[in-house]
Design a protein around this ligand. Structure first.
Ligand code: NCD
Length: 309
């Protein structure tokens, strides 16, 4: 393939995804054998302007498990030269001299495209504000394939903060690459899915419906993809946040309505939108397995970007 920058989910097609997932399966074995050295002497930089646990640490673990090295700036807004007024473009030009690949999380939509435009080394978006989170969507699709066994005809309910959630936005773009998925959007009024995604799905003849009742849709789907109401993106609209929060919760009642072979996913972190002590022990709770899959998918991406096929 040549995989270079990863900046948006639309750039992938089914064949490329199949290749990534096949390498990710190999990576599950590589991790069991305590890693490999194929990326030894390569350096990955992680540059994070927004908080992260899973995304940054799974990328860093992925690089280390393939024998590579990692340099990192978290809280980059505070601790990198951004604090002195340096532009993102200049920061990228500099880091590109120190690293073979740059993993970037930024608070502005479109930041990874701006970075890719000036970077001589591959840029991997680790989330750009309310825009997209393409590698999360790849691990989400990998998880659906591992857990459900197919993607064509998949029925999925995306629940929660669909206006600010970059993971669901990227996931819609990826699911649109498969045959006849059925997407249900279940969101509080103030954070409904944005029109750009709905128009994209309609243009690609993908069936989507907005529903206001999670209980009604729960028995119909293979996947409930729950998301956090993103308080940090509401600014001073505290009333809107309070109105959205707690509206759709996954609890024992939701599980009772779901099919036996359906799953609950969540990109995490969760706050109160999944009742942990009622749901975590159910085998259909797939969110921790999903987070672990992030390691394998990111190992696969680093290998394909830095080593080729
Ligand atoms: C998500 C993100 O940062 O967009 N988390 C993640 O990367 N797993 C979701 C969120 O913050 O709620």
């Amino acid at each position: 393939m040549p995989l270079q920058h990863i900046v948006e989910a639309q750039q992938f097609d089914r064949d490329v995804m199949a290749q990534i997932f096949s390498v990710a399966r190999e990576m599950e074995q590589v991790v069991k054998r305590y890693g490999s050295n194929i990326l030894s002497r390569r350096v990955m930089a992680t540059l994070f302007y927004e908080p992260s646990t899973r995304t940054r640490l799974s990328f860093e673990s992925a690089m280390l498990r393939l024998g590579g090295d990692v340099i990192t700036t978290e809280s980059a807004q505070e601790f990198s030269s951004a604090a002195k007024g340096e532009t993102l473009e200049d920061t990228i030009r500099i880091i590109a001299g120190y690293a073979d690949v740059i993993v970037l999380r930024h608070f502005e939509s479109g930041a990874s495209k701006r970075a890719a435009a000036v970077s001589p080394v591959p840029i991997i978006s680790a989330g750009d504000g309310p825009g997209q989170h393409p590698t999360q969507a790849l691990l989400d699709v990998y998880t659906i394939e591992r857990e459900i066994g197919h993607l064509d005809g998949i029925r999925i309910a995306m629940v929660g903060d669909l206006a600010n959630g970059r993971t669901v936005r990227s996931l819609c773009y990826l699911l649109a690459k498969y045959e006849s998925p059925q997407i249900f959007f279940v969101a509080p009024e103030v954070v409904r899915m944005r029109d750009d995604i709905k128009e994209y799905l309609t243009r690609h003849q993908i069936s989507w419906t907005e529903v206001s009742d999670l209980a009604q849709v729960a028995p119909q789907v293979d996947v409930i993809y729950q998301t956090r109401i993103q308080r940090e993106r509401f600014g001073d609209r505290v009333g809107d946040y309070e109105q959205a929060r707690g509206r759709f919760i996954i609890d024992r009642g939701t599980l009772e309505r779901m099919r036996d072979d359906a799953i609950v996913m969540h990109p995490l972190p969760r706050v109160d939108e999944i009742v942990a002590d009622e749901v975590d022990d159910d085998p259909r709770a797939a969110y921790f397995r999903q987070a672990h899959n992030g390691l394998y998918v990111r190992m696969a991406l680093l290998r394909l970007i830095l080593e080729g096929d």
